[in-house]
Design a protein. Sequence first.
Length: 577
Amino acid sequence: MHNARFDKSKLPSRHVTEGPSRAPHRSYFYAMGITEEEIHQPWVGVATCWNEAAPCNIALNRQAQSVKGGVKKGGGTPREFTTITVTDGIAMGHEGMRSSLASREAIADTVELTMRGHCYDAIVGLAGCDKSLPGMMMAMVRLNTPSVFIYGGSILPGRLNGKDVTVQDVFEAVGKHQAGSMSDAELEILERIACPSAGACGGQFTANTMACVSEAIGLALLNSSGAPAPYESRDQYGEASGVAVMNLIEKNIRARDIVTRKSLENAARIVACTGGSTNAGLHLPAIAHEAGIDFDLFDVCDIFRDTPYFVDLKPGGQYVAKDLYESGGVPVVMKELRKAGLIHEDCMTASGRTIGEELDMIEGDADGKVIYHVDSPITKTGGVVGLRGNLCPEGAIVKVAGMSEEEQVFTGPARVFECEEDAFAAVKARGYEEGEVIVIRNEGPAGGPGMREMLATTAALSGQGMGKKVALITDGRFSGATRGFCVGHVGPEAAHGGPIGMLQNGDVITINALTGELSVDLTEEELAARKAAWAGPRKTIYATGALWKYAQLVGGARKGAVTHPGAETELHIYMDL
């Protein structure tokens, strides 16, 4: 029997499989055709975020079958279950976007509850869309089980007039159409061909950014996130991930042995050097929180500041995930980081080997086209920059990948909007001036609620050719597909009484991504006087239900917009109950 490798007396599944008192539980297992041998093996939850909402998730249930094959091969009993996903591309630009960030917590919570309820010994988690990747990784670290993450893979690029196109081009086309520079027919052609397959958005937007993070942080097998979703070659990584989790059970290597301060730093490096999504500045602190590691937005941004940007991906650059994969993927990028001494090599990974040992086995090298050499980067500092100043005592974040140095400094009068809809309507009607700083407030985690992304507004500005002529700041978020000088995560948010809530039209705001400053030309006394006269948080229509609950619990963006105390206060670890 396989069981000689595994000491069942130390595993959670003993609570449902062992001894005479568990006969009723076993009768359920026999009902599903599980054999006696399988009942007494380790049990592995194979969690997916499969649904029919979007191409990002549609291939996950098929991919889960290869993972289950790997678990069986490794001597385990796989049990597949699903959780939710809210897909940002579908939720974007309307009330549905409020559900997106809250879904990250719901994913982590539901995976935790499923694992605890059924006493699974380990987890392999498959995810495709923006929030499902960090949500799944948060659950792994919270439970501290042996864990392997696997990405569902990216979408293939569409082709139009000899060029690769992505959903970002369609969002920006809406702005062109509004501006009269694109016809109905042209828009209809673009929307039909931009997304030709299963898979998550192909640029270095949030899903691919967090997929790169999953490898760099050590929870995913190296190179497992690279191949596009439709490639059947993904199955080999699914199977290998199933085998790998059995190896981790045997060696008792758990999620928090992998996710450490050093591995979080490795993860932040990969975001910076690929010009990844600003959302990583929210998700890395949230993953850290599950492990009880203090790693906030400022810690993430310190790493961004001294990491060269050398991978030329959309939206700041030219290429998509498929191109990165064909150039050697994350392992080759990490090899370049290692040459510059920017990788902690002793971090454990899901393979049971350290990141250094893993990189020693990678043969590929930077092609100088998609992946530049680290000593001749696209720019010397990371594609994402943290800001602080009297307008954001708890920080803010901006993506500068693809922007020149002079474009990274902006001073102008504020044009204040109380929500995204107001701002979008004004942009559509050209109700703003060149040189202004557009302020969108009351869109934070609690004030929104849900910290919506502002892609519709920023894409409309780009489509109007105004992306470089105005700046934008918000206590909400930006899509990984946003480009232009757009500052998000301004904290404290307006609903928590932050300075962004005190701004008035015409206040002079300075954004300087070179020095890391976001300030308003007001004295401390003036800000204090405005705060004293402040009427309090803006009322929302979410007075009940999941979003109300979320708004009550959620903390600031600086620490990841988390909703529970995290590992610092925990009194037990699930695996040891």
